[in-house]
Design a protein around this ligand. Sequence first.
Ligand code: NAG
Ligand code: NAG
Ligand code: NAG
Ligand code: NAG
Ligand code: NAG
Ligand code: NAG
Ligand code: NAG
Ligand code: NAG
Ligand code: NAG
Ligand code: NAG
Ligand code: NAG
Length: 492
Amino acid sequence: MELLTREIILCIVVILISSSGICTAVDCGGPEFSSTIVVDKSNTSPNFTSIQAAIDSIPTSNSKWVKIQINAGIYKEKVNIPVDKPCIFIKGQGADVTTITYDDYSEITTSSTFSSFSNNLVASDITFQDCVLNVTSLGCITAQARNVSSDPSGFVFEGGSVIGSGNEDSLLGRGYRHCSRVIFYKMNLSIDKSNTPPNFASIQAAIDSIPTSNSKWVKIQINAGTYKEMVNIPVDKPCIFIQGQGADVTTITYDDHSAVNTSATFSAFSNNVVASDITFLNSYGLETLENLIIHNISYGIRTPSVAARISGDKCAFYNCNFIGFQDTVWDELGRHYFKNCMIEGAVDFIFGDGQSYYQDCVLNATALGCITAQARNVSSDPSGFVFEGGSVIGSSNGDSLLGRGYRYCSRVIFYKMDLGSVVRPVGWDAWNAKDNVTCLFYSEIGCTGPGSSTSQRVPWEKNLTDTDFNNNFSLSVFINQDGWLTQLPQKK
Ligand SMILES: *[C@@H]1O[C@H](CO)[C@@H](O)[C@H](O)[C@H]1NC(C)=O
Ligand SMILES: *[C@@H]1O[C@H](CO)[C@@H](O)[C@H](O)[C@H]1NC(C)=O
Ligand SMILES: *[C@@H]1O[C@H](CO)[C@@H](O)[C@H](O)[C@H]1NC(C)=O
Ligand SMILES: *[C@@H]1O[C@H](CO)[C@@H](O)[C@H](O)[C@H]1NC(C)=O
Ligand SMILES: *[C@@H]1O[C@H](CO)[C@@H](O)[C@H](O)[C@H]1NC(C)=O
Ligand SMILES: *[C@@H]1O[C@H](CO)[C@@H](O)[C@H](O)[C@H]1NC(C)=O
Ligand SMILES: *[C@@H]1O[C@H](CO)[C@@H](O)[C@H](O)[C@H]1NC(C)=O
Ligand SMILES: *[C@@H]1O[C@H](CO)[C@@H](O)[C@H](O)[C@H]1NC(C)=O
Ligand SMILES: *[C@@H]1O[C@H](CO)[C@@H](O)[C@H](O)[C@H]1NC(C)=O
Ligand SMILES: *[C@@H]1O[C@H](CO)[C@@H](O)[C@H](O)[C@H]1NC(C)=O
Ligand SMILES: *[C@@H]1O[C@H](CO)[C@@H](O)[C@H](O)[C@H]1NC(C)=O
């Protein structure tokens, strides 16, 4: 709050107008000027080089309008119109060319660059009508000081606009006194988002700025670029929506391969994490992928290098790419939805104990290996991977299994997918469950394409029907039982 307080003081001290309440001023003898004084910073004739000298030249208890014409220039001085000098009209030559400036910050009552204690001050072109209020950082525009309802004071802003860095962090006003009164009338308060300067240069810094136990959606907009960093959303920061500008232009990348549980480029441990239009990449080994393919190196020699690890409930990914070689997506735990995503890898490149629905996704199998390694190991565990629509593609010598038995009850379903020739005819491998395949739950329903022939598949593959699918594995039944998907913020 230190920052906020400091900003408030800055708001107040730039211009201090104190027309002692009720406008019972002299009428200054009508609208005509009795005289005009010219102030020119670089020219002593006519009249003055300083504004204060011009004001000082005006007699006290002046009762006719005096115009002070301030020529273009930067006047570095504190200007004070005393209470006994009313009827002064100050005219600059344009706010872009006539500036009064000082840098006193001693205290609020003395630091003002421009102070007016008299009645009937009119200043144009240097100040107040159709004003642009430029908010430069976290703070508050006004702190009006009326504290009894009989006090006629207040700030009225008519026309003009409020501009600023556009991060929704400026208040219009706060109650400096009990009857603080501020009116914004026909002002343009719209924020020009296109000019919004970014808040952070790293995604992790943006996440770190979100308070723990956050309970409202926070959107992190990631502009185009390649962000080389590991990103971690801790378990106590739910409700984060990360939006890139397109999976082809916004990339989060790293190349860690120390261990499966430490290598993830992107880790989300909290519930309610949503991402769209981003590429998540673990680049480890990819530079040699071409060699691997050429030399037909088998899986098993590689090391885990996770691109994204998703461990919370109710997480969704739209139009995202996940690229790696081994263990690309760790779909660890919880209900997850992937829509229009591209997932690339060779070895177990979608694995974990997640309960997930992949809709219209492209699975790109890049070398000898296996697409899924689902981790359910008791039949009561509701987890499983369902792929609906989309396709399996890959280089023809990729030679990829649809899945293998990471745990005894591993469960994976391919529904109405286009399966390319990269799919190995045997389809599945029991792996860790080879001593007892009864709980393995693998099925293909209504798939098409050259890789979809089931004539050579393992005999223990389940033969499910459309009805079985609709009853147990459709989007609404399998992951959206409580309607959480419809509660997610939509991308703009
Ligand atoms: C300012 O200069 C003008 C023109 O020289 C002169 O007529 C006027 O009296 C001067 N005013 C003051 C207050 O010195
Ligand atoms: C608003 O203030 C910022 C920070 O001082 C400055 O960069 C920007 O140019 C100002 N905008 C206008 C329109 O004066
Ligand atoms: C108004 O505020 C001033 C300054 O804080 C204080 O001295 C005064 O007692 C207040 N009056 C009322 C009616 O609250
Ligand atoms: C209001 O301000 C926004 C942002 O600066 C600008 O895009 C828009 O044109 C302005 N609208 C009007 C009516 O001036
Ligand atoms: C990663 O897994 C290893 C082996 O299970 C374990 O010893 C280690 O503590 C884990 N590290 C983290 C950061 O979870
Ligand atoms: C690649 O290796 C596998 C397993 O070692 C083998 O079955 C397959 O024929 C090889 N493919 C090519 C194109 O050499
Ligand atoms: C599949 O992966 C390979 C190897 O990285 C790449 O060359 C190819 O472009 C990918 N296909 C698609 C559709 O992204
Ligand atoms: C499930 O797998 C985990 C990890 O291998 C193991 O600790 C646990 O005992 C297994 N449970 C059953 C019922 O097989
Ligand atoms: C195989 O696993 C099933 C449950 O998954 C169990 O009922 C059965 O007893 C197991 N068979 C053997 C031979 O262990
Ligand atoms: C599924 O059907 C195929 C072909 O009819 C058969 O070979 C296979 O044993 C069946 N699978 C199960 C688990 O019944
Ligand atoms: C579908 O769900 C019902 C109810 O949980 C269960 O009894 C049945 O075995 C399931 N069918 C399949 C094919 O999983």
